[in-house]
Design a protein around this ligand. Structure first.
Ligand SMILES: [Zn+2]
Length: 682
């Protein structure tokens, strides 16, 4: 299986849960998969599709997405096709013929197709081995984007009783989950729920004041990177796009008032990296699967947490750190209410208003954002500090002064030590190839792959294949041109290469070369940085970089002896705590260049290595702790059921103490308190 993964997708390892799910599918069992966007859902049916003999059908709600999905698979050397209304009759007939001749492994279709008798008959003549239903929550009326055509999928089990179904979604509350299972009549389905936490997303709420200047600071910070700004009205999108343009940024609006052609064009310019910023109503984004969106701004808050989480789910799908900034003002409530009040059915209207209310509570809360959102989806987040929200990071409001350089939560960019000049060169090459083929650049290679290339400088085909995201097909198609740019760059800049080791070594040890080993040995002998650098004929900076990588790789080396004095350490440490650990420059400036970058970097390394140790310790103890809690409160961490909520409410209203309620409901007192807060009782 791992071979398929490397050959076709260029990855060395599966992500959490993927293998379990794939195994279940290969046993021809039904599955329901709940996984956040960016968690690697599609591999869960694409790998089985390659293993199975016949055809895999993927039902996907959006025609606009299908082309990219199929292009992506083709670029990886997989025979995939799609059939939808954008194709001509002749094209469809052609694809059908190729399917009958077993030349196609994966076929994407929209749910509307199932309304066509003729198409259903065509399908029944084929050997179908798997049916995957993407965005499965669309089948439920309780979901926030119910689609009528998804109801057609009810007939799948009748038409294909022996074909396993895998339903996948990135958002589903318990109610929706039950509805999906019921509507699709899945047989003994295995349900896979992975954590909905998206560690790489920073969740930030800001006051909606001096907003445009704040937006300017944010897009400046993410210069040359893709950003989406969500607005409430068409007018807002036009206005903000205009103002951004006036300030020298390329930005395009996107809303339902524009003609189909313009919308399509703007979207394409965005996915193809020809324009970085899209200012849109929430209609935008359903139809894109761009993995490298680094910033999502909500100019007006969303009308539900589900909606918000789905919208920000479009950021950082490749796992690279990305910012999600929401501007909150109580006054915006009226805008939403105006529309919600027009809903005819009482139940639906009050449920919508309730969701709006919960969204506002989220914005006004002063507790960890991540904990709040995950709690909303029934997941407990156990760590005290998520290190990725405005509350936990203790972020001050950004001033929105255009010249203000102190965007405190500046990216960890310089921490990731890839060569940014080479990265830009590779980006240019990627764009050039993509333009020639009329593909979005990310289909050629993702940012993750380019960053790895700029970090490890692969020099031949063999080494190039070891880069994450490089499979056999991409090696053949693009290897040569990328290797040329890399090798030229290495030569022009006299970069001394450290050898990349074979793939069999563990991921972390993978790139540790002899130089690193030497550094490690000398650290163990407690030599100074200066001595090590001299001995290896390298810059001190380089040695510190080695040490950082060694620690990241999990090596246990004691570097405490490198700190000149405890006094100095404490002084620099407290500055980090005050200003943030992301960047070195502000610390350097803070002390008026009194301490060298090397010293500052060392202090940060020691701080980080200690924190990591605590974190690891927490992880190992986690299961143990969970067991202990479960022993005392057997319902702890189970999702809340509706009748349990009712019971909670009545107990509370009878003035029963929290501790007693905790005993009765077999949940932790803290869980009872937070649930009551959610119910707005406490
Ligand atoms: Zn937090």
């Amino acid at each position: 299986m791992e071979q398929l993964l490397k050959k076709y997708f260029g990855f060395e390892e599966f992500r959490p849960m993927q293998l379990e799910i794939i195994k279940n599918v290969l046993q021809k069992k039904d599955s329901l998969v709940l996984m956040p966007t960016g968690g690697g859902k599609s591999l869960c049916y694409q790998i089985p599709a390659l293993k199975f003999e016949g055809l895999t059908i993927v039902i996907s709600p959006l025609i606009s997405l299908m082309k990219d999905q199929v292009d992506n698979l083709k670029a990886n050397g997989i025979n995939a096709e799609y059939i939808n209304s954008t194709l001509s009759f002749g094209e469809i007939e052609n694809i059908k013929k190729r399917i009958q001749e077993k030349e196609v492994k994966i076929l994407y279709i929209a749910p509307e197709r199932f309304a066509l008798e003729e198409f259903k008959i065509f399908l029944t003549t084929l050997q179908i081995s798997l049916i995957a239903i993407d965005e499965a929550h669309c089948i439920s009326e309780w979901g926030h984007d119910f689609r009528k055509d998804y109801r057609n999928l009810k007939f799948l089990k009748i038409l294909f009783p022996n074909v396993p179904i895998i339903a996948l979604t990135a958002t589903a509350t318990l109610k929706v989950r039950k509805d999906i299972l019921k509507q699709l009549s899945l047989i003994n389905p295995q349900i896979f729920i992975s954590s909905f936490n998206r560690e790489n997303l920073k969740l930030i709420v800001m006051r909606k004041k001096n907003t445009f200047n704040k937006i300017l600071s944010l897009v400046k910070k993410h210069k040359n990177e893709s950003a989406i700004i969500y607005c409430f009205s068409r007018k807002d999108t036009e206005k903000i796009a205009q103002r951004l343009k006036k300030n020298g940024f390329e930005a395009l609006p996107y809303h339902a008032g524009l003609s189909n052609n313009i919308r399509k064009q703007n979207q394409e310019l965005f996915t193809k990296d020809k324009v970085n910023i899209i200012v849109a109503t929430i209609a935008f984004g359903m139809g894109i699967d761009k993995p490298d969106v680094r910033l999502i701004i909500h100019h007006t808050f969303s009308k539900s947490i589900e909606g918000y989480y789905q919208e920000i789910g479009r950021a950082g799908r490749d796992g690279i750190s990305s910012d999600c900034v929401l501007f909150y003002s109580k006054g915006d409530k009226r805008k939403h209410e105006f529309f919600l009040d027009q809903i005819q059915e009482d139940i639906i209207r009050s449920s919508a208003l309730d969701k709006l209310n919960k969204m506002m509570i989220y914005c006004e809360n002063t507790s960890c954002r991540r904990k709040d959102i995950l709690g909303y989806f029934g997941e407990s987040f156990l760590e005290n500090n998520c290190n990725g929200c405005d509350i936990c990071l203790n972020l001050p409001e950004i001033k929105g002064d255009v010249e203000d350089k102190s965007l405190i939560y500046e990216e960890v960019k310089e921490n990731i030590n890839y060569d940014s000049i080479l990265f830009e060169k590779l980006r240019t090459l990627r764009k050039q190839i993509a333009d020639e083929r009329n593909f979005p650049p990310f289909i050629i290679f993702g940012d993750v792959s380019l960053r790895e290339m700029s970090l490890y400088f692969p020099k031949n085909r063999d080494e190039f294949l070891r880069i994450n995201g490089v499979g056999q097909q991409k090696l053949n198609d693009f290897g040569e041109s990328f290797l040329k740019v890399i090798n030229d760059y290495v030569r022009e800049n006299n970069i001394v290469l450290e050898k990349i080791l074979g793939r069999s070594q563990k991921k972390r040890a993978r790139h540790l070369s002899r130089n690193y080993q030497k550094t490690k040995e000398m650290i163990l002998k407690k030599l100074s940085i200066e001595e090590i650098a001299k001995f290896q004929e390298l810059k001190e900076r380089r040695i510190i970089y080695h040490i950082e990588k060694l620690i990241e790789g999990g090596e246990t080396i004691d570097i405490n002896y490198l700190i000149p004095s405890k006094e100095k350490f404490d002084i620099i440490k407290s500055a980090f705590e005050k200003i943030g650990v992301e960047r070195l420059a502000p610390i350097y400036n803070y002390f008026d260049e009194k301490y060298s970058y090397e010293e500052i970097r060392l202090v940060r390394m020691i701080m980080m290595s200690k924190k990591d140790a605590i974190k690891n310790n927490m992880k190992t103890n986690y299961h143990e702790r969970l067991e202990q809690i479960k022993e005392k409160y057997s319902n702890a961490y189970e999702p809340w059921e509706e009748d349990e909520d009712n019971k909670l409410k009545s107990l509370y209203l009878e003035n029963i103490s929290i501790d007693e309620i905790a005993q009765i409901l077999k949940r932790q007192p803290s869980a009872i308190r937070s649930r009551l807060r959610k119910q707005e009782l406490n």
